[in-house]
Design a protein around this ligand. Structure first.
Ligand code: RAT
Ligand code: ZN
Length: 449
């Protein structure tokens, strides 16, 4: 049998590598509005340590913004201890400094005494630049004055516009006393339409006896034994808080040694997942987000900056997807080594949506590698990124940097496809990019009335 002889088009005839197609794809990616599925931001109703124009400073407030917060981001705290080790500046002395003293220290050592080439440092520079400030000033004072003049509500709008973010997903830790108190005082604090709430309850899944103690203090009859009564109390607790916060999904972060052994697993973690979390979320129709692979406080002296990454067990996640087909899982894993198997697992389970390049994966080289692999294995069916912003203005750089890489990867993929003989139209490319950047994120964070 003879094979069809189709002459390969000369490269000049191919639409594939034309700068026009690549530019079009990059441009669409840069401008696609999107929902950010995981941040640590919240509306001004949660209070803010920085007052801004017309505002009142709340030292324990949960909305972080401004130059001192940007510079003292925990990613930069560990970086500064690499150049000024604890033998020269003991941890306790650093933590005893005021926020602006800490920022001055980091600014001096990471921005002035050497160039800010790490990703977290470069992020500060991009943020200043895109906010219209001069990143070359080499002094924090001018920036401090500029931020102090902003009125927070309008500033949030501006930052969201610069990041192309239409809705911000919060992280609302029900075991954090500060946050819990604010919700109890005023349940309407979550009603800002720019934000949606997410109930976060690591302790419930990771440390049942401590969670039970807290639940008991709060009027839910739970004991350290996972009896039927305790299980019912925990279910009620979750239902009450999902309703109070109008959460759009629930979330936990889990360590690399997290294991789920299937229906016969009698560990506290397994029982809480099987008998409390899964049924309550199924009945509420909410996804369950699992962020797997962080070792908390490996170096406790560094506080929030002291966490570590480690390889996790993909089969535990596989067992959950298999056993709970009516639950939706929204998952990210921290170790680079887990990324391929996570993609392959998502091919096996339609109820598994993978998202983001989390924490130390949120670096250009790794975002590129991971995004390429995800497109190759999953087509358009994943959420490429989330910001994990802890400081409002980080939305600007995190999305700017990520969009550039996602755009580059997708430009390559549409070019390869054109090379293969399928030239996607502009409308088709727009449709796909909307799905990749926004639609999945939107369906995982549907606001609740
Ligand atoms: O990524 C981070 O900034 C971490 O500090 C954590 O917030 C992590 O994302 C988490 O949500 O536990
Ligand atoms: Zn986070």
């Amino acid at each position: 049998m003879s094979t069809r002889s189709v002459p390969r088009p000369m490269s000049k005839d191919r639409i594939s590598r034309t700068p026009k197609l690549e530019e079009l794809v990059r441009d669409i990616v840069s401008n696609q509005p999107l929902v950010d599925v995981h941040t640590h931001l919240c509306p001004p109703t949660f209070g803010s340590p920085l007052a801004g124009r017309r505002g009142t400073a709340d030292p324990d407030g949960l909305l972080l913004w401004g130059i001192d917060e940007l510079i003292t981001y925990h990613y930069l705290v560990c970086e500064v201890f690499r150049v000024v080790p604890a033998s020269q500046l003991p941890y306790a002395e650093y933590w005893a400094m005021s926020k602006s003293e800490q920022a001055d220290h980091i600014w001096k050592h990471l921005f002035l005494d050497r160039s800010p080439i790490s990703e977290a440092c470069r992020g500060v520079v991009t943020t200043l630049e895109l906010l219209g400030l001069d990143p070359g000033e080499r002094s924090l004072e001018g920036y401090r004055r500029w931020f102090a003049e902003q009125s927070i509500d309008e500033h949030i709008d501006r930052v969201m516009e610069l990041g192309g973010v239409t809705r911000i997903t919060m992280t609302n830790d029900v075991f954090d006393d500060n946050e819990r108190r604010r919700w109890l005082q005023d349940p309407s604090i979550g009603d800002d339409p720019r934000f949606t709430a997410v109930l976060r309850f690591d302790m419930l899944v990771r440390d049942w006896p401590s969670a039970a103690q807290k639940l008991n203090d709060w009027g839910y009859a739970a004991t350290s034994e996972l009896t039927d009564k305790s299980i019912e109390a925990a279910r009620k607790f979750l239902r009450d808080w999902i309703t109070r916060t109008k959460s759009v999904y629930c979330a936990v972060s889990l360590p690399p040694d997290f294991r789920y052994g299937g229906p016969d697993d009698k560990s506290d973690t397994a029982v809480v997942l099987r008998q409390v979390v899964m049924p309550v979320l199924e009945e509420a129709g909410l996804p369950f987000a699992m962020m797997i692979g962080s070792i908390k406080l490996l170096n406790p002296e560094l506080q929030l900056a002291g966490d570590m990454t480690g390889m996790s067990d993909i089969m535990s996640l596989a067992r959950l997807c298999l056993e709970f087909p009516r639950n939706r899982f929204l998952v990210t894993m921290l170790a680079r080594e887990n990324q391929q198997e996570l993609c392959v697992l998502a091919r096996k389970f339609g109820n598994l949506m993978i998202f983001g390049c989390w924490w130390w994966l949120n670096n250009p080289s790794l975002i590129e590698e991971i995004t390429r692999m995800r497109v190759e294995l999953l087509g358009t069916t994943f959420i490429p990124q989330h910001s994990d912003a802890r400081v409002l203005e980080q939305l600007v750089y995190k999305w700017d940097h990520s969009r550039a890489i996602i755009g580059k990867v997708l430009a390559d993929k549409y070019s390869d496809l054109a090379d293969a003989g399928w030239v996607a139209s502009e409308a088709e490319i727009r449709r796909d990019i909307r799905e990749i950047l926004d639609s999945h994120a939107r369906s995982m964070t549907e606001p609740r009335i």
